[in-house]
Design a protein around this ligand. Structure first.
Ligand code: SAH
Length: 371
């Protein structure tokens, strides 16, 4: 399908943007709701069938824009039911979207960027380098595609996607406007109607954007901490050198003030054997977060080709979790899913045409290791 850069893509229009657009066209504001329902509830791509709006408006909409979903290149299904789609962005590169079915719920993991500009040492997306931001339409498009495919895969479930996490490829807060527009549509009843508790934006810690986020949305927030001190975090999550832990935690605290309820920030901590999984790390982490309202989500490291780290044993993971629990923290360990199709956390690579030189550098290092 050809792309038309000067045409609107209504797929990414939030309720407020569509409403303003209707007013601009001299239409009644409530038309926006009708159009959004055709797009997101009924999944229509053409204006002809929008029978509750006038012919004149339908023609105008088609002149000024289109409803264009990103293209699915492949779909893979893991033996555990996890699904992964490779989805083409307008940039020509492709990103990955993952669906993880569980008893009574289903989580969709959505990408926000083609590649990632941050270079977290244990993440394979980072090794791909960075290409571009996804548009709001390309982000919400992943939800629309998954919702449609899954409705036929799980006809018995009334709602298949119950949770959405922005934990796919990219750093969501470095693509702020497009991500917040898409998140708005995920939570809007005229869009996908998912509760704000069940839509989670995950960040490696872009501190100014967390403050900005507090002004923009009330979706849930997760932070990728991965280390209990700056020395180790500087190494694993290089953005920490710019926004250290003592800047990150207050920003999250400020964000959580918006919740006004029992909802807390999620702290993600990927456990790497011998790196950040030792008893002293657990003790230090428990202290660091002692009066920080959060739940801790431990992620056993998922390997990828050339990765310099190893997954700790389940015994070590359990021991780490127990220490935190004994210190009074709420802790869960993320079950690894979809590993056979490289769909687990940190394994998403898509097809990124790198605009930095990072992927070439990394491939060279990996090749030297093998030699
Ligand atoms: N850039 C955002 C969104 C990515 S979310 C962020 O950093 O939060 C993906 C989560 O998986 C992050 O917590 C990330 O740090 C973690 N992760 C990355 N690589 C991983 C790996 N190889 N194994 C386990 N978790 C990993």
């Amino acid at each position: 399908m050809t792309t038309s850069p000067d045409k609107h893509n209504y797929l990414g229009f939030t309720r407020s943007r569509m409403t303003a657009f209707m007013v601009e066209l001299g239409e009644k504001p409530f038309r926006a709701g009708q159009i959004l329902k055709w797009i997101h509830h009924r999944g229509f791509n053409s204006f002809d069938e929008m029978t509750d709006i006038s012919k004149a408006l339908r023609i105008r909409l088609a002149e000024l824009g289109e409803i264009r979903e990103p293209e699915v290149i492949t779909e893979r299904v893991s033996k555990d039911g996890t699904r992964k789609w490779l989805i083409k962005s307008a940039s020509g590169s492709a990103v990955e979207t993952v669906f993880i079915p569980e008893e009574g719920r289903g989580t969709l993991c959505v990408s926000s960027q083609v590649g990632c500009a941050l270079d977290c040492k244990f993440c394979s997306t980072g090794k791909q380098g960075f290409n571009s931001n996804l548009t709001a339409a390309e982000i919400i498009g992943q939800v629309r595609i998954a919702t449609r495919v899954l409705a036929s895969a799980y006809p018995e479930r009334e709602r298949v996607v119950t949770n959405i996490v922005l934990m796919g490829m990219g750093e969501p807060l470095l693509n702020f406007d497009n991500v917040t527009a898409a998140v708005d549509l995920m939570m809007d009843d005229l869009g996908y109607g998912i509760s704000k508790r069940k839509v989670t934006i995950s960040t490696a810690g872009v501190v100014p954007a967390i403050y900005q986020l507090a002004e923009t949305t009330d979706a849930s927030l997760a932070i990728s901490l991965h280390a209990p001190n700056n020395a180790l975090r500087d190494e694993l999550v290089p953005i920490n050198r710019k926004y250290p832990i003592e800047a990150l935690l207050p920003a999250c605290r400020r964000y959580a003030e918006n919740f006004g309820e029992k909802r807390t920030v999620t702290v993600e901590y990927t456990l790497m054997d011998g790196v950040n999984d030792q008893p002293e790390h657990a003790v230090e982490l428990a202290e660091l977060l002692a009066d920080f309202p959060c739940k801790i989500n431990l992620i056993p490291f998922n390997p990828f080709p050339g990765a310099p780290y190893k997954r700790p044993s389940m015994i070590a993971v359990r021991a780490f979790q127990d220490r935190l629990v004994r210190a009074g923290h709420a802790v869960t360990t993320r079950t690894t899913r979809g590993e056979d199709i490289q769909a687990a956390c940190g394994q998403l690579v898509g097809e990124v045409e790198d605009k930095t030189r990072r992927s070439a550098r990394y491939k060279k290092i990996a090749a030297e290791e093998v030699a």
